[in-house]
Design a binder for this molecule. Structure first.
Ligand code: TTP
Ligand code: MG
Length: 348
């Protein structure tokens, strides 16, 4: 099987952009975070990670861990622009680009100008560094699951290729938390019964996976055997655009949750622009600590695409919620699309 799937993830993305724009910050522990003391860390440079600082950590805690850290507020507009430059380079390599987030995407190079995954990866790394000035990590394999696993292998500034022949041995020593699709609760549950590494899980019968993870069980069973049939989906094919995250710390604080919504709105605006669409249904999704899923939607009688409009609707949906339980996952999506070009034509 040929390795035609690349997973690319920028290194310490927001912090690296700050260091790029301000040379005085290079080589220093830079922490990008919410404007207030009550906010959380968006990300931090690898220099700051040495002190134990990480994404989603409350700012006050980051200050305790890294008193000499340089704290800067986020500039989402700027990060979006840099992201556009990077994705432009990806799109020169292949038309099959799936943007997963502001700094992360999958490429299927089977329709592109390179035949070899490693060659494509080296080209992208060099070009992004030369033209944008940032480093990234790339995983190369024959499916999405393995490519994503590989991009995380030698972070930062890494390249890693996983071939069919390496399986299943390469996966056996990994802690099960590395398996995409296994959240922290599943991991804890498995650890409790003595399953820590992929090897331990691999030996369990198929029914065990279904009992443990429900309908996702077969996916997990397949993934650790190197099987993942998900296609790289270009923006054009997506019927909704969304962004969600599992929180590092569960919370009922709506201000904190709104910070996530704000950031997601910027990312969603950017994706809509690339897709040339606007949408009118906004969906707020959250999962509570006891794993109840909630979705709340609002369909407007007009189309929107701009981050502040998306944020306002999502925030309104959040305000209307009575949060009796702490929230562990939050997200927004937008759907019911209309192409933006059509609107321009109809205005003439
Ligand atoms: P990540 O790719 O998860 O992190 P990163 O690029 O900063 O670092 P790494 O080298 O480990 O990939 O996320 C991309 C950007 O998204 C990150 O720079 C800031 C933002 N982000 C948040 O604002 N909050 C979060 O909790 C996370 C995980 C990311
Ligand atoms: Mg990243």
């Amino acid at each position: 099987m040929e390795n035609k799937i690349l997973h690319i993830d920028m290194d310490a993305f927001f912090a690296s952009v700050e260091q790029l724009d301000n040379p005085a910050l290079r080589g220093k522990p830079v922490i990008v975070g919410g404007a207030s003391e009550r906010g959380v860390v968006s990300t931090c440079s690898y220099e700051a990670r040495k002190f134990g600082v990480h994404s989603a950590m409350p700012i006050f805690m980051a200050k305790e861990k890294c008193p000499n850290g340089i704290f800067v507020p986020g500039r989402y507009g700027r990060y979006t622009k840099v992201s556009q430059e990077i994705f432009k380079i990806f799109n020169e390599v292949t038309p099959l680009v799936e943007q997963v987030s502001i700094d992360e995407g999958f490429l299927d190079i089977s329709q592109g100008k390179f035949n070899d995954g490693m060659e494509a990866a080296r080209y992208i790394k060099n070009k992004v560094f030369r033209e944008v000035g940032l480093t990234l990590s790339i995983g190369i394999s024959y499916n999405k699951f393995l490519a994503k696993l590989a991009s995380d292998w030698n972070k930062p500034n890494g390249i890693k290729e996983i071939n069919k022949e390496m399986l299943p041995d390469i996966l056996f020593p990994l802690p099960i938390s590395k398996i995409h699709g296994l959240g922290k609760v599943s991991v804890a549950k498995l650890n409790n019964i003595g399953i820590y590494y992929v090897k331990d899980l691999y030996n369990m019968p198929k029914d065990f996976y279904i009992d443990c993870f429900g309908k996702n069980g077969i996916d997990i069973y397949n993934r650790i055997r190197g099987i993942d049939n998900r296609k790289v989906e270009t923006l054009h094919e997506r019927k909704s655009v969304g962004k969600e995250t599992t929180l590092k710390f569960d919370t009922r604080n709506k201000e904190e949750l709104a910070e996530y919504l704000k950031e997601f709105s910027f990312e969603i605006e950017e994706i809509l622009r690339r897709k040339n669409v606007v949408g009118k249904t906004i969906t707020l999704k959250f999962k509570t600590k006891n794993f109840e899923n909630h979705t709340r939607s609002k369909t407007l009688n007009y189309y929107i695409g701009n981050n502040s409009e998306i944020f306002n609707v999502a925030k309104e949906l959040l305000e209307d919620e009575e949060l009796n339980e702490e929230v562990r996952l939050i997200g927004i999506s937008i759907s019911s699309f209309k192409e933006t070009e059509m609107e321009q034509i109809s205005l003439i």
